[in-house]
Ligand binder design. Structure first.
Ligand SMILES: [Mg+2]
Length: 227
């Protein structure tokens, strides 16, 4: 059995304006701060981590942020779910084709994303990709990305008898944070340079294999089967 854990933003899809707006809405609603996630580099970070970093940069006290974090997550998620139907999410080139092929070969597919699970699922449902992913590690599971990988691996073992010692698992993502999270959990790692990071930066982060996009299906399949 092969297990593949895919990041979402800039790996499977381009970006979600609605997710972006949901943050601004929740910052205002819960903390009365008029701000935007663009004030930090949020790539590869979890939703709770993005929330804390933005608010700290706006001068808010860490204890106050932590106290209201659950309420923030609820507002973030409910705004997103209410408004995602109007979002124009672009699926990146080759993604649908690759996922269909992987599924037809019986490869176990999961997610590894900083998005809260409710947001991740709604986002992928909007573009009809949710059906491919049987499990995952999400921003609602933990603040730190490496824990998301260990959570996903545990779920794969529990639900699908996946054994990381005998079977290959791979993390696929567009940022050095995805690659490091995979390495910390001893999975294989595939970088895709469809985000803000170059193939060189992903290689330097330790990626076993780097592709310019997931449209290189033959190369992708060749790599995961070679392990
Ligand atoms: Mg990403």
């Amino acid at each position: 059995m092969i297990l593949l854990l895919f990041d979402i933003d800039k790996t499977l899809i381009d970006r979600s304006e609605c997710h972006h707006r949901a943050f601004s809405h929740a910052f205002q609603e819960v903390f009365q701060v008029n701000t935007d996630i663009d004030i930090i580099n949020y790539h590869g970070k979890t939703d709770p981590q993005i929330t804390c970093e933005v608010l700290k940069k706006e001068g808010l006290d860490e204890n106050l942020i932590k106290k209201k974090l659950d309420e923030f997550k609820e507002i973030l998620s409910s705004y997103f779910i209410l408004n995602v139907k109007d979002d124009h999410i672009m699926v990146l080139e080759g993604v649908r084709d690759l996922l269909t092929e992987l599924e037809s070969q019986g490869i176990l597919l999961g997610l590894i994303t900083g998005n809260l699970e409710s947001i991740a699922r709604a986002k992928l449902k909007q573009v009809d990709l949710d059906k491919y992913f049987k499990l995952g590690g999400f921003g609602s599971d933990n603040y730190h990305r490496p824990y998301l990988v260990s959570t996903a691996l545990k779920r794969a073992s529990r639900k699908y008898n996946f054994s990381p010692d005998n079977s290959p698992a791979f993390v696929i993502g567009d940022t050095p944070r995805d690659i490091k999270a995979g390495l910390e959990n001893k999975t294989g790692t595939i970088g895709v340079s469809t985000g803000i990071y170059s193939p060189r930066e992903l290689k330097d982060a330790g990626a076993d294999f780097v592709l310019e996009s997931l449209q290189y299906k033959k190369e992708f399949m060749g790599f995961i089967k070679s392990r």
